[in-house]
Structures are given as structure tokens and as C-alpha cells.
Design a protein around this ligand. Structure first.
Ligand SMILES: [Zn+2]
Length: 106
């Protein structure tokens, strides 16, 4: 998706400090943090929303967001956190490219 801000971050079209990156995922700080640590973890592949996933491949990619979150939690030595995925505008989703919020005040 050429007009997707998260695709642009994943493709390095928008310079962003990446907290984590591998072949399929990137993570970066939320621009409007709602906790001391507020990181967004996204698949590089554009998938709009969790509740509308149709393919097993996309579902697997999304499941692994939790594995990336776990790596970041260990790397940053966080104790206590909240993990959240918003699906749909009326449920707080602002960017329509799946992202897992990792919030922690530790
Ligand atoms: Zn996207």
C-alpha cells in the first residue's frame, strides 16, 4: 500500500528509529505514547485488520507479533505490560495496517 504510513516506515521511506527489525517485522515507538514505553510492532506485509484476516499465512504472520513483543520485553527488561490490537475505527484503530501495541510503565 503506497499511501500507508506503516508500510512507509517498514520500507524506510519515512526515517524512523527502529527498536526491532527482522525479515518480516519492525517495531518503533508510538508518536503519541500512552505509557512510559509504548512500542508498535508491525508485520512488513500490509494487512489491514486482525478481524478481517482471511488467509492462514496472514494469520500466522500476525500471531508472531507476540513473539516479537516477547523479544522486546526481554531485551528492554520490562516487567509488566499491556499488549493490545485494535480492530476497526470504532475500536480505536487509527492506522489500517495491523499493529500490536506494547505498553509498559516499568
Ligand atoms: Zn501498510
Amino acid at each position: 500500500m503506497t499511501d500507508c504510513i506503516f508500510c512507509k516506515i517498514a520500507n524506510k521511506e519515512i526515517p524512523t528509529e527502529l527498536i526491532y527489525e527482522d525479515e518480516n517485522y519492525v517495531a518503533f515507538n508510538d508518536i503519541a505514547p500512552k505509557a512510559k514505553t509504548h512500542i508498535l510492532i508491525i508485520p512488513k506485509k500490509h494487512i489491514e485488520r486482525f478481524d478481517e484476516i482471511e488467509s492462514t499465512e496472514d494469520l500466522k504472520l500476525t500471531e508472531w507479533l507476540f513473539t516479537v513483543a516477547h523479544k522486546i520485553i526481554k531485551q528492554k527488561n520490562l516487567h509488566g505490560c499491556r499488549l493490545q490490537v485494535n480492530c476497526g475505527k470504532d475500536h480505536g484503530q487509527e492506522v489500517f495496517h495491523i499493529h500490536l501495541h506494547l505498553l509498559s510503565n516499568s
